[in-house]
Design a protein around this ligand. Sequence first.
Ligand SMILES: [Zn+2]
Length: 241
Amino acid sequence: MKATREVQEKLLALQQLDSDLIQIKHKASTLPVARQFDEASSELSVKQDLLVAARTERDDIKHELSRAEVDVEQVASRIEKDEKRLASGLGSPKELEQLQHELGSLAKRRAEVEDVELEIMVRVEGVDLRIKELEEVCRALEIRLDELKLMKEEEIASLEQSMNSTSHARSDLASKIDAELLALYEKIRTSGDGVGAAKLVGNQCTGCHLTMNAAELTRLKSVADDEVVRCEECRRILIRF
Ligand SMILES: [Zn+2]
């Protein structure tokens, strides 16, 4: 196959653009900011679940507290009633003695239910604190996510722009290369890890990075400039200029 030196150089430039496109695509699919966004997003989801659980826990404890408050009130009103009866002095000495005894038990009972109420109040405080902390963490994560989303969108937009301009340059350049040579290049590129044409640097093919022997190098040098040559090792189109 024949192609002028100029066209062969264009093919090498086309290869560069194709390699650039692969790189841009790779960059777009491995953006660190996208990974950070995903990480922050799952962290937020975990914290939101914890927040929901903590709020449910608080509701449960609040119910417990209401029950404990009722217990305290009931004991208090019993005590008040008994004390009034005792103060009135009405009733037989035996009944009054029984009242005294009951008041003693009620005082003990009141201490118990008040302890329970206090213990529940401490738990409410604990869970309230946890909710406050989780709310702050979630808020901070939401702000971070907004920032990351913006950064991600900006980086993707910039990569899309590079992708578009490179693609345009590529089709522009491809239109200047003979169809037959272009088809060969595409065929090799598809099966050759995205590299269809490689430059010969010294005695090395930059496509497969293998060095050629002196005889092969001499042969390549003797071939006319407009002859399309290929690497003996990787079969890629070898550009000698
Ligand atoms: Zn090669």
